[in-house]
Design a binder for this molecule. Structure first.
Ligand code: Q9C
Ligand code: ZN
Length: 341
C-alpha cells in the first residue's frame, strides 16, 4: 500500500493545549507521525510519496470562504493585537447570544472554535493545508485505480466542520477527499470513522446529503469529547435522513463489543454500495491511550484492518487521532497490514 506523506506537518508544533486547567504540551504533536513513518519503513508497507498540490478549490468545496480566510490570517492578527501566547479561544456565542462574527481576533477565535484545547500558532495554516493535500493526493491514487492508499495526514480533520475548528482539527481532510470523489465522477462515497472520538465535523458537513454516507464508532458523547454530537438518534436530515449512523459505546468497551459495532457499520456500508470507502483512521481506541476509554489491543487493530478489507471496496485511509505515541506506529500499521492480509 502506498503512503502519502509531507514533512510540512511539522510546521504545526503548538506548545500549548488547555488540559485539566493547565497549559500542557499538546497530545497532538509532530512526533506522532515520526513513529508512524518509522514503522511504515520498518515493515516495508510500500512507497512513501509526497503530495501534489490542488490549490484552494477542493478546500472551498467543503469549508466556508470566510472561515478559510480566518484560519489563514488568525496567527498574524493575534500577534498584531499584541497577545504573547498562542491563540486560544475563550468566549463563545452561547445560548441566547447573537451568532454574528465579531471584528476583533479574540472574538473571532470563539466564533470559529468548537473547543478551547486547540491553539492556533505560526505554521498551523500551512500544515493544515498540506494535510488536506495529502488526503487529496491519496484520493487521486484511489481514483486512478489503487485498491487502497494511506493518507498520513497531520493535523487531523474529523472534528472540523465547514466553519469550525477544534479537537486538534482545522480542515476536514476526509470530507475534502469525499467531496473530491463526488466532484470527479463517483456517485456515492462512504466514510467509516473508527477514531475513538465522534467525527462531528464530518457528520455535520454531510448531514443533509444522501450522496455521502457517514458511519461512526466512538466513545458515547455523555462521557467523551466532543460531547455535543454523536448520539445514536442522529440519523441525518432531509435528503440525508438515514445516511448518518452513529454507534456510540460506553467507557471500558473492549474489542468484542467494538467489533460487533464494526460489523453493523460495515453492513450499512455494504447496503449503500459506495464507489469508494474513506476510513477516518484514529487509533485512540487503544487500551493505553491517554485521553480515551476503549480497550483495544495492538492485535485487535490487525483484525480491524482485515474486517474492513472484507468490504471489498477501493479504500482511502486518512489518519486522524491516536495519542499513545510509543505504540501509534505499530497500531496504525497493524490496521493497514491487516487490510492487506
Ligand atoms: N479529556 C482527535 O482525536 N479534548 N481529536 C480531549 C480529553 C480533545 C481529539 C480532552 C480531544 C480531541 C482527532
Ligand atoms: Zn480521536
Amino acid at each position: 500500500m502506498e503512503t502519502i506523506y509531507s514533512e510540512n506537518h511539522k510546521l504545526r508544533d503548538a506548545q500549548t493545549e488547555l488540559y485539566g486547567g493547565q497549559l500542557v504540551y499538546p497530545f497532538e504533536r509532530p512526533s506522532r507521525l515520526d513513529y508512524i513513518h518509522e514503522r511504515l519503513t520498518e515493515v516495508g508497507l510500500g512507497p512513501i510519496s509526497a503530495p501534489d498540490s490542488f490549490g484552494m478549490a477542493p478546500i472551498l468545496a467543503v469549508h466556508d470562504f470566510a472561515y478559510v480566510a480566518f484560519l489563514q490570517s488568525a496567527w498574524d492578527r493575534w500577534q498584531a493585537a499584541g497577545f504573547e501566547g498562542e491563540a486560544i479561544a475563550n468566549a463563545w456565542p452561547a445560548r441566547r447570544m447573537v451568532q454574528t462574527c465579531p471584528t476583533h481576533i479574540d472574538g473571532q477565535l470563539g466564533y470559529y472554535a468548537l473547543a478551547a484545547e486547540t491553539s492556533i500558532t505560526q505554521g498551523t495554516w500551512q500544515a493544515a493545508l498540506s494535510s488536506a493535500h495529502v488526503a487529496l493526493t491519496g484520493a487521486e491514487r484511489v481514483r486512478a485505480g489503487a485498491q487502497s492508499c494511506f493518507a498520513l495526514c497531520r493535523p487531523p480533520g474529523h472534528h472540523a466542520a465547514k466553519d469550525l475548528y477544534g479537537g486538534y482539527c482545522f480542515l476536514n481532510n476526509s470530507a475534502i477527499a469525499a467531496q473530491h470523489f463526488r466532484d470527479n465522477g463517483m456517485a456515492r462515497v462512504a466514510i467509516l470513522d473508527v477514531d475513538f472520538h465522534h467525527g462531528n465535523g464530518t457528520q455535520d458537513i454531510f448531514y443533509d446529503r444522501e450522496d455521502v454516507l457517514f458511519v461512526s464508532l466512538h466513545g458515547a458523547p455523555e462521557y467523551a469529547f466532543p460531547y455535543f454530537l454523536g448520539y445514536a438518534n442522529e440519523t441525518g436530515t432531509g435528503a440525508g435522513e438515514g445516511f448518518t449512523l452513529n454507534l456510540p459505546m460506553p467507557p471500558g468497551t473492549g474489542f468484542d463489543i467494538w467489533r460487533t459495532a464494526l460489523a453493523t457499520a460495515l453492513e450499512r456500508v455494504a447496503e449503500y454500495a459506495p464507489d469508494a470507502l474513506i476510513v477516518s483512521l484514529g487509533v485512540d481506541s487503544f487500551e493505553t491511550d491517554p485521553i480515551s476509554f476503549f480497550k483495544l489491543t495492538s492485535s485487535d487493530f490487525t483484525i480491524m484492518g482485515a474486517d474492513i478489507a472484507a468490504a471489498g471496496l477501493p479504500t482511502l485511509f486518512v489518519m486522524e487521532g491516536g495519542y499513545d505515541i510509543a505504540e501509534i506506529g505499530i497500531n496504525t500499521v497493524n490496521v493497514l497490514e491487516g487490510f492487506q492480509g
